[in-house]
Design a protein around this ligand. Sequence first.
Ligand code: NAP
Length: 303
Amino acid sequence: MGVVLDGKQYARTVRQGLRERIARIRHQPGCHDWQPGLATILVGEDPASHAYISTKEKACREVGIVPFGHRLPPTASVDEVGALIGRLNARPDVHGILLQLPLPDHLEPAALIEAIQPDKDVDGLHSVNQGRLLLGQAGLRPCTPLGVIHLIGQSGMAIEGKRAVVVGRSNLVGKPLALLLLERNATVTTCHSHTANIADHIRQADLVVTAVGQPNAIKGDWIKHGACVIDVGISRSPDGSLRGDVEFAIAKDRAAYISPVPGGVGPLTVAMLLANTVQTAEEQTLTPAPPPEGEGWKGIEVL
Ligand code: NAP
């Protein structure tokens, strides 16, 4: 029977590390009142989104990040949300901006995400940060894929050289995750709703990460013996309980490591949001000044 990866416990460890990191910075000369700030924007009345935002704001307070909550009515226009983002971009005490998704139907998320300053984009969804990931450059990485990488790390299984299958290709989870795994030298296959014979891909995978959102989309007997299975999917059963994508009871007897739903990736997504916020606060307030003009860009040498 596989080891069930305890995302809740691991997220606690990450949060404790962040608390200590903030405390260390405050001990530095002139930094005793240093505190990272995260602005959250919630548009509308969706109960699940309200619950997610409250969890994130509570987690902020626990580690020493100041949450600045902004609630807008479901009728808020694109100009109102955009103007709020503009004001938050300009505030020096706000180091990260989180626009809670999904948005009401009349608002286009891509345009509003683009309005967030890339160095405050703690969700890692701005095209600049997604582009940096694609190019292998430093930048803010999306929280859920980053949480998945941490959870795999917790298993102790090396990613390098493994056959990884990612099911799902959204900009939020599947695509950035495939890039993060590729960056760590896995051989990555991305599956989606048009993939033929998805079971054949999964049967060969040492590592399966699934982000579909349909219960039992991934059958337990497709899992290779000894594989690591990370279930990102969340859907609600008729009885109100949360379910993942994987047929857990069968899969856990075949996998070496498996993440549960709830209690797997979810808590790490929140922990990674906090980590990204601390990182942006450090970069915006503690990073040494750039070199004086003339000492930076040297131009391209003509051969
Ligand atoms: P999404 O944008 O709806 O993407 C779902 C992906 O699944 C799409 O790429 C889709 O393929 C693919 N798909 C759908 N049916 C399939 C099937 N039968 N076989 C194979 N692939 C199939 O969703 P998302 O935003 O990526 O989120 C995915 C899931 O993760 C959701 O349940 C969401 O709630 C959950 N989630 C959890 C967390 C967390 O913190 N735990 C965070 C984010 C998301 P096409 O591209 O071909 O349509």
